[in-house]
Ligand binder design. Structure first.
Ligand SMILES: Cc1ncc(COP(=O)(O)O)c(C=O)c1O
Length: 446
């Protein structure tokens, strides 16, 4: 235990610039000293239930001895070596082997990265590479959805469909086109008579491909359940239609499963809910439950083949110093072993139903517009008027603060509060989330 006062830590923290920074949002940070299970402990003695599993990633919970041991053992053996072609290491071999076909059949090749943004940049470059190799170099554009979040490298920033991430970083990187997301609660695109939201949103994709010219579109990227954009669960007919449209127009389908991958939604990977397979898969976060920075993409056998048959002048000149980091891969392997042993897909499904039902009981508060979720990934949308569905981000922010005062960490995403707790969470702890959020709601009712 540290003896220092939190104010002093906050003062010393000024030498660090934090991600997505504004002085207002970092005026009074929580100073975390340690964590165990689903609980965070601050230097000034607060105990907080982490309803977000860090940043949607600490699936097995905090303080797992097995992962600390895996990192220690691997670091003593070999922490790092170059993984650039011409050299490899045992944990990266084992992890890529374990991942082959793990998410989706036919996706048997992994390229490792250090996180989600790098994974998406890798996905875009891999799509371009593929089309060049098959003789269609004019296919370079990427279609994404409004409200999507794909990370903050320059390309991922402009793939992202949330304008606040663009404002201070323009001019935009070219080649990204945005279409409406399949949001059943508030669909912003054109909805024709007799059409479902899933059909309308899929039609928007086909129209965008035709408008841009299929011969210029390399890929479509989508989060199976939109995370940062407000936890948007798509209607069941959307992704099967998307898959069919992408195939018909020769557009690669990139699934950004950086949040939804590795059990979060009750399936190992979320497109399985709709029996759909992508051509490229981006993942990161829960592969190591946040114990080491590690991400990657997986590609179809067809894409991999173009690399095997390339001339030397067409080598795949992409990769990172930390691609296939030995310690991180060893942690990833151990983490996957734990999640499989502890049956995390069934666990996320079961506890997700409990969390969703609990959160739905809060519909008694007039400012709760909608409660939605899939597995242990839920959103509570706050509105000032249920009839008009008027978004109320100010009340969502008040609730976020009121919940934190009651020892519950959620995340305000516009007017939606997100919940994505560690999958190791117990029934009682799920109920505790609902109880504390309910108390926070009671506390702000005038
Ligand atoms: C869907 C999605 N893609 C990509 C990213 C970016 O990942 P990272 O922050 O590891 O670069 C995130 C991060 O939250 C995400 O939610």
């Amino acid at each position: 235990m540290t003896t220092q006062d939190p104010i002093e830590w906050v003062e010393r923290d000024r030498r660090q610039l934090h991600p997505v920074y504004h002085p207002k949002s970092h005026a009074n940070p929580l100073v975390i000293e340690r964590a165990e299970g689903v609980w965070l402990y601050t230097v000034d003695g607060q105990k907080i239930l982490d309803g977000m599993a860090g940043l949607w990633n600490v699936n097995v919970g905090y303080g797992r001895e097995e992962l600390a041991r895996a990192a220690y053992d691997q670091m003593r053996e070999l922490a790092f070596t170059s993984n650039f072609s011409g050299m490899t290491n045992l944990p990266s071999i084992r992890l890529a082997e374990k991942l082959a076909g793990f998410a989706y059949q036919g996706l048997n090749t992994t390229m490792f990265t250090s996180g989600g943004s790098e994974s998406n940049d890798t996905a875009f470059k891999t799509a371009r590479y593929y089309w060049k190799r098959v003789g269609k170099p004019a296919k370079y554009k990427v279609i994404a959805r409004r409200g999507s979040y794909h990370g903050v490298t320059l390309a991922a920033t402009f793939a992202t469909g949330l304008e606040k991430y663009h404002t201070m970083f323009g001019p935009p990187v070219g080649g990204f086109v945005h279409i409406p997301a399949p949001n059943p609660y508030r669909y912003e695109g054109e909805l024709r008579a007799g059409e479902t939201v899933g059909q309308a949103a899929a039609r928007a994709l086909e129209e965008a491909i035709l408008r841009e010219g299929a011969d210029t579109v390399a890929a479509f990227i989508a989060e199976p359940v939109m995370g940062v954009g407000g936890v948007i669960v798509p209607p069941a007919d959307y992704f099967p239609l998307v898959r069919e449209i992408c195939t018909r127009h020769e557009v690669l389908f990139i699934a950004d499963e950086v949040i939804t991958g590795f059990g979060r939604t009750g399936e190992w990977f979320a497109l399985r809910h709709w029996d759909v397979k992508p051509d490229i898969l981006s993942f990161a976060k829960a592969l190591t439950s946040g114990y080491a920075p590690l991400g990657g993409i997986q590609m179809s056998d067809e894409i991999r083949e173009t690399m095997e048959s390339a001339a030397e002048s067409e080598a795949y000149m992409h990769g990172y110093t930390y691609s296939g980091h030995a310690m991180a891969c060893a942690v990833g392997l151990k983490n996957l072993e734990l999640m499989e042993k502890e049956d995390y897909t069934a666990r996320a499904k079961r506890l997700g139903v409990r969390l969703l039902e609990g959160l739905k009981s809060l519909m008694e508060f007039p400012f709760v517009g909608e409660v939605r979720g899939l597995g242990l990934l839920c959103g509570v949308e706050i509105v000032s008027d249920r009839e008009t569905k008027t978004a109320d981000p100010a009340t969502a922010m008040k609730l976020f603060k009121a919940a934190q005062e009651r020892g519950l960490r959620t995340r305000p995403l516009g007017n939606t509060l997100a919940f994505s707790p560690p999958i190791c969470i117990s029934e009682d702890e799920v109920d505790e989330i609902v109880k504390r959020l309910g108390a926070a709601m009671d506390g702000i009712v005038p």
